[in-house]
Write a protein that binds this ligand. Structure first.
Ligand SMILES: [Zn+2]
Ligand SMILES: [Zn+2]
Length: 153
């Protein structure tokens, strides 16, 4: 099952495990592999479902703990949402923000240099040192908006 997908990420994970005196485990690597191939914003249960297709023996606690570990290692980031958090690969990814459909839960990525520039300016004005930010814009995706429109007619 050697493949180029996530080779670098695997190295990052193993370096992190070594540094923190944690053991390498095949389960963790399998979870990382599925996580990277999915390329989506996954809840713990989404990921669990995908993982169990190939590894029915891996349980929810292991998936959850591995996601936390991946986060600490800089390989995953969490989108804290109402209800369930979602996780996405974060290694070597350009900064982006999210539109979140309140109806179907779909998540769309966007990035705008203009918005980034404006918030830097706004921070500069009050001497605020930005360490990070997260835009979560809630609404309806195109499909759900069309459905809502029809229902109103
Ligand atoms: Zn939707
Ligand atoms: Zn994203």
């Amino acid at each position: 099952m050697a493949s180029a997908v996530g080779r670098e990420e695997k190295e990052v994970l193993n370096a992190y495990l070594l540094k923190n005196h944690l053991k390498r485990s095949e389960q963790r690597e399998a979870i990382l592999d599925v996580f990277l191939r999915a390329e989506k914003h996954l809840s713990v249960d989404d990921l669990l479902g995908l993982v169990q297709k190939r590894h029915p023996d891996i349980g929810r606690t292991t998936v959850y703990r591995t996601l936390k570990l991946l986060q600490e290692a800089g390989l995953a980031s969490e989108l804290p949402l109402d209800g369930e958090s979602r996780f996405e690969p974060d290694y070597n990814r350009a900064h982006h923000d999210h539109f979140i459909c309140k109806s179907c839960g779909d998540i769309f990525e966007f990035s705008s240099p203009e918005i980034e520039r404006l918030q830097d300016l706004a921070a500069e004005e009050i001497g605020f040192v930005i360490q990070g930010h997260r835009h979560q814009i809630f609404g309806l995706c195109r499909r759900c908006a069309a459905k809502a429109n029809e229902a109103h007619r």
